[in-house]
Design a protein around this ligand. Structure first.
Ligand code: PMP
Length: 392
């Protein structure tokens, strides 16, 4: 029988030949600062579990209780019969968390970004986007059919020039990640906000890696920079620091009502199950009641960064718990990650096409749950393996 999908085999063979096929490791137990992957107990520097909430007993109990009393699924999309009291409660809690008038939940951060950009722009519009913005922003822009104008990373003057160039567009959206996921640097939000205001553009920030991490109580970059009321659209994810799953848009009531009527993932995809929503609500309570988690995340971050610098590693422009260890060479980086794992430290190699050619790196993320001993041991392994491979 002929196989009309045979071309995929050819493509896969090409990826295999270039060593670009993905082989994700398998977690054989709960996530945590120490976890078991592929049969090995390791110090886990690979997760987005910033505050240690993904494995927090209170969240697990809230999820179990919601499943026991409300069942496993919501039963439908929000707009048909899948809206539960829990969804509305979480949205109210999230808008307060973000100091916004209203908020709407999506099934993931990806759906929140892509669904929102696609819902508010058309082919007559322009999206001015940081070169390192997340894939879900790019996909949303493509779905909207708006023109995409890319500015150099964190370059507000370049964004300004692009907005001027596209003065004739019906609407212009200036969009940036709050914290960049592969470099751990922070967007120059005050400068971008000023540029957006000068042009009357919509300002949107994707705080996937900033929610629960930056700002008072983890409110995000808008709070971190004190630009409340000047960013029209704040994106949040529930999948990283909040520890569960889902995405959010927070903003003015008319934006949220529009997304409830035109946001395609909201309209056409089933809402989150009760266990997920209940665990997210509990997470916001824990975040408020255990502020020491946020403090610990940041003290661990500085200890780990200082240790890497002292060992002679290049951590690029990182300012957050995401700390890349930049080695440059693709093959050396893969070997580095493999040797770290063998020595009991899991931190993934990030290579082209996720980052540019020649800027391959190991990406590390410390969490509030890492102990002093975890960090000491991880740094010892980094130093030893780095020296063994001639990287420091
Ligand atoms: N935006 C950024 C910057 C991200 O890093 C991610 C997750 N990789 C997302 C959005 C998507 O979030 P989620 O995992 O909740 O879909």
């Amino acid at each position: 029988m002929s196989d009309p999908l045979a071309y995929l085999r050819t493509e896969l063979d090409e990826l295999r030949a270039q060593d670009l096929l993905l082989h994700p490791r398998t977690l054989e137990g709960p996530t945590g600062a120490r976890a078991r992957f592929d049969g090995r107990d390791v110090i886990n520097l690979a997760s987005n579990n910033y505050l240690g909430l993904a494995n927090h007993p209170r969240l697990a109990e809230a999820a179990a209780e919601a499943a026991r009393t409300l069942g496993a699924g919501s039963g439908a999309v929000r707009t048909i019969a899948g809206q539960m009291t829990l969804h509305r409660t979480l949205e109210e809690r999230f808008s307060a968390f973000k100091h916004a008038a209203a908020a709407v939940m999506f099934q993931s951060g990806f759906a929140a970004n892509a669904g929102t950009v696609a819902a508010i722009l058309t082919k007559d519009d322009v999206i001015v986007s940081d070169r390192l913005n997340h894939a879900s922003i790019i996909d949303g822009a493509r779905l909207s059919r708006a023109r995409i104008a890319v500015f150099e990373h964190k370059d507000a003057d370049h964004a300004d020039r692009l907005l001027r160039e596209h003065e004739g567009a019906a609407r212009r959206l200036l969009i940036t990640d709050g914290v960049f996921s592969m470099d751990g640097d922070i967007a120059p939000l005050p400068a971008l906000v000023e540029v957006a205001e000068r042009h009357g553009a919509i300002m949107m920030v994707d705080d996937a890696h900033a929610s629960g991490v930056l700002g008072a109580g983890g409110a995000g970059t808008v709070d971190h920079f004190g630009v409340h009321g000047r960013v029209h659209i704040q994106v949040g994810t529930l999948s990283k620091a909040i520890g569960v799953l889902g995405g959010f848009i927070a903003g003015p009531a008319h934006l949220i009502e529009w997304l409830q009527n035109r946001g395609r993932p909201y309209l056409f995809s089933t809402s989150a199950p009760p266990a997920v929503v209940a665990a997210c609500i509990e997470a916001l309570d824990v975040l408020r009641e255990e502020p020491e988690r946020l403090a610990r995340l940041w003290s661990n971050t500085s200890v780990f960064k200082e240790g890497l610098h002292a060992a002679g590693f290049d951590t690029g422009a990182s300012e957050t718990p995401i700390t890349p260890v930049i080695t440059g060479d693709e093959e050396a980086t893969q070997t580095f990650a493999r040797r770290l794992f063998e020595e009991g430290v899991f931190a993934p190699a990030i290579v082209f096409p996720t980052v540019g050619k020649g800027s391959a790196r190991i990406r590390t993320i410390v969490t509030a749950d890492h102990t002093d001993e975890d960090l000491r041991e991880a740094l010892e392994v980094f130093g030893r393996v780095g020296a063994e491979l001639g990287l420091v």
